[in-house]
Design a protein around this ligand. Structure first.
Ligand code: NAP
Length: 290
């Protein structure tokens, strides 16, 4: 389908953050609008925490339909919303805003992006025991979503450093608001990590260890992994981290973070338009998980 001509009716959506020029989001959303024949356009705007309020006031006044937030604007968007969904409230971060007649509702689709990518890889978190390494920005949003989506138990492992108390308070809050059993553990406790892994159905690395710039693997040996364990990494550069290679060599099912990006966009698209993004077409055109 050809792009609809831009007219006086065309709806505006966009991405706010800095830097944003490299983002695949404009291509992803504009292609989805084109494929579905929706009269909308999605642009990227370089906005900092200092300029966010002015940008949001402007978008609200102009009647923009909604927008995404990326670094460094996700937490700064929270007090600018009129209401928050429970997952955004628990994460203390907003990556998607819908503007309904001037009323701004903030949500976060980052964690949902990973949950949907796990589903697409054949792994539903409902009823599962999980081990999650790290609880930074990506990790905490995934943790919240898995807890809301029915994970039975999540054992979170992180370093006992300056952010420990903050993460402990966050984990307590999620535990109170969901049915999920949640435990925060010291990553240095190797015996506990090994024992938790033996009980888990899904292992997920949300730390930056394994990235091209910070290579490595927080699981020392493939004997720590057992048959039937699914292993995921939020990292997608490289496509196969040391953790995923070790798991693949142990014969386990693995998936990386590539489609997390796609599905967080698909969830935002549904939030704004009520329509399903044609993910297979978008995947084929812009995403390669291999
Ligand atoms: P972040 O908020 O800075 O969190 C970094 C995490 O890595 C923290 O949990 C930190 O633990 C942990 N970490 C760093 N060095 C470590 C070490 N030496 N040992 C153990 N843990 C260590 O960053 P983020 O935004 O969550 O990003 C984390 C990763 O997710 C990055 O690789 C990023 O590329 C990826 N990501 C992927 C997607 C996607 O769409 N696939 C989206 C967002 C992020 P402490 O709390 O103990 O410091």
């Amino acid at each position: 389908m050809e792009n609809k001509e831009i007219t006086g009716h065309t709806g505006l959506l966009g991405l706010l953050g800095s830097p944003v020029a490299h983002s695949v989001s404009p291509q992803m959303h504009n292609e989805a609008f084109r494929l579905l024949g929706l009269d909308c356009r999605y642009l990227a705007f370089d906005v900092t925490q200092e300029t966010l309020k002015a940008a949001v006031d402007g978008l609200r006044a102009l009647g923009a339909l909604g927008w995404n937030l990326t670094m460094p604007c996700k937490t700064a968007m929270v007090p600018l919303c009129d209401e928050l969904t429970l997952n955004a409230e628990l994460c203390g971060a907003v990556n998607t805003v819908v503007n309904r007649g001037g009323k701004l509702t903030g949500t976060t689709t980052d964690g949902l992006g990973w949950v949907l990518s796990a589903k697409a890889a054949g792994h539903d978190v409902a009823g599962k025991r999980m081990v999650v390494l790290g609880a930074g920005g990506a990790g905490s949003s995934i943790l919240v979503q898995c807890a809301l989506d029915g994970a039975k138990r999540i054992d979170v492992f992180k370093r006992k450093n300056a952010t420990w108390d903050k993460v402990e308070a966050f984990v307590d809050k999620v535990r109170q608001k969901t049915q999920c059993e949640l435990a925060l553990n010291d990553m240095a406790d190797a015996e506990l990590l090994k024992a938790s892994l033996a009980e888990a159905g899904i292992l997920l690395n949300t730390t930056s260890i394994g990235m091209s710039e910070t290579p490595g693997c927080l699981i020392p040996d493939k004997s720590w992994l057992h048959p039937g364990l699914a292993v995921s990494d939020v990292i997608y550069e490289p496509r196969e981290t040391e953790l995923l290679r070790m798991a693949r060599e142990a014969g386990l099912d693995t998936f990386n973070g590539m489609y997390m990006l796609l599905y967080q966009g698909a969830a935002a698209f549904r939030f704004w338009t009520g329509r399903e993004m044609p993910v297979d077409a978008i995947k084929a055109k812009y995403f390669s998980a291999d």
